[in-house]
Design a protein around this ligand. Structure first.
Ligand SMILES: [Zn+2]
Length: 69
């Protein structure tokens, strides 16, 4: 299910995590060449992706909402 990004936080290892409107969290690592998300590196890039939709597999699995710091 496509869900818009409503915010961000970092996990205990410093990786960026997108907070989706559905209540789930999703890692948005920039880890080339497997995961190319250079926008997550900068505050401007992250701001520009607010409201953009990500595929949320947790919604498809009817997973409970994730905790947020
Ligand atoms: Zn979700």
């Amino acid at each position: 299910m496509q869900q818009p990004i409503s915010g961000y936080h970092t996990d205990e290892e410093g990786h960026w995590v997108a907070q989706l409107a559905c209540g789930h969290n999703q890692h948005v690592r920039h880890n080339p060449p497997w995961q190319e998300r250079p926008w997550v590196i900068t505050p401007e890039g992250r701001a520009s992706m607010l409201g953009s939709q990500l595929e949320c597999k947790k919604c498809d699995q009817s997973a409970p909402r994730d905790e947020r710091p």
